[in-house]
Write a protein that binds this ligand. Structure first.
Ligand SMILES: NC(=O)c1ccc[n+]([C@@H]2O[C@H](COP(=O)([O-])OP(=O)(O)OC[C@H]3O[C@@H](n4cnc5c(N)ncnc54)[C@H](O)[C@@H]3O)[C@@H](O)[C@H]2O)c1
Length: 330
């Protein structure tokens, strides 16, 4: 069994690889894992250090838009798990060309490579942001795609390409759409690691607008578990939402982070709202629960406490990354 993981040096992809190689997923206990990652500002080989010596692991630095390289790597692959993306909304507002290249053209290059190599399963990791924003209730997988940022528009485009490769060519593709992830090894431009590392340094944290935007929080371990359930048993051509079940306003999240590090509200600096800022995200996870038995397992308070402790204990991991994270967080 060979698994090709794109974007495996990023936050979620590296968690997935560490889990596979530590034997967390029974169907992949003997699997060989090949990571394809360009190592952009968000990619970090240190995220893979715990598994770097595994005989079942191989790292390839390269671009998912490179059709020749993708063609070579696809040979003999049974499963593709596609995480690689430009993933930060604020950066897509500042400039979206890289988002279209990697998220759209890169995904198409991988789908074509997988088709030519007759890969057994292709899991395309997407986001709930493709649905847009929702005042009340939750999105099912059949909801319209109404992305509002260049990031989410590029992800929606890649979802449609994935669907088309299934409908047109019969490629066994599944698409997953998850909510906001948190956990260790997340690049300190996204809101939780940005706020925690700022607070640990005694710096202020930037809170967008009125702070009442609502996000559903999903521990990265629950996300990767959901992805593996889809890889093992998801029906080809289907979309599966993956959520964490904890909806919080950004103000509520900020209060919890301040409490976790013993700081007060005077550390919060209100900043003008993000352009096109989605008000609320909420995914309905009935389908993946009923079909594949998924449910989030990490209670938010425990997951958040462990995450804050990880950043407190791993300053050597994040300090060099702070300079790269010039823009404010997701
Ligand atoms: N983080 C979240 O909360 C979240 C939520 C929903 C969906 N997602 C999706 O999950 C996936 C992983 O997100 P993440 O937070 O781990 O992202 P990340 O930014 O931490 O990692 C992305 C990885 O992709 C690599 N990469 C970027 N462009 C590449 C290219 N052209 N070729 C090869 N590698 C390239 C980077 O080097 C990096 O290692 C993305 O597809 C993202 O859209 C993330």
């Amino acid at each position: 069994m060979r698994v090709l993981v794109t974007g495996g040096a990023g936050f979620i992809g590296s968690h997935y690889v560490r889990q596979v190689l530590s034997g967390a997923y029974p169907s992949l206990t003997d699997a060989e894992v090949v990571v394809l990652d360009k190592l952009t500002y968000a990619g970090n080989e240190a995220n893979l250090a715990p598994v770097a010596d595994s005989a079942r692991f191989r790292f390839v630095r390269g671009d998912i838009c490179d059709a020749e390289l993708v063609g070579e790597l696809m040979s003999g692959v049974d499963l593709v798990v596609h995480f690689a993306a430009e993933s930060h909304v604020d950066r897509s507002i500042a400039g979206s060309a890289d988002f279209v290249l990697t998220n759209v053209l890169g995904t198409q290059t991988l789908l074509q490579g997988a088709l030519e190599a007759a890969v057994g399963k292709f899991v395309h990791v997407s986001t709930d942001e493709v649905y847009g924003t929702i005042e009340s209730g939750s999105w099912t997988e059949n909801h319209l795609l109404e992305p509002n940022s260049p990031y989410s528009a590029s992800k929606a485009s890649s979802d449609l390409l994935a669907r088309s490769y299934h409908r047109t060519h019969g490629l066994p593709v599944c698409v997953t759409r998850c909510s906001n992830n948190y956990g260790p090894y997340q690049f300190p431009e996204k809101v939780i690691p940005l706020f925690v590392t700022n607070l640990l340094d005694g710096r202020k944290v930037p809170l967008y607008g009125d702070g009442l935007n609502i996000r559903d929080w999903l521990h990265v371990d629950d996300h990767c578990h959901g992805i593996q359930l889809v890889a093992d048993g998801g029906r080809a051509g289907e979309i599966y939402n993956i959520g964490g079940g904890t909806e919080l306003t950004n103000r509520e999240l900020t209060e919890r982070l301040l409490a976790a590090v013993g700081a007060g509200w005077d550390q919060v600096e209100p900043v003008p709202d993000r352009l096109g800022h989605d008000r609320r995200y909420s995914v309905d996870i009935t389908k993946i629960g009923a079909e594949l038995g998924y449910r989030p397992r990490v209670p938010f308070d425990e997951g958040l406490a462990a995450t804050v402790a990880w950043y407190r204990d791993n300053r050597r991991w994040w300090e060099p990354l702070k300079d790269r994270a010039a823009l404010v967080g997701k």
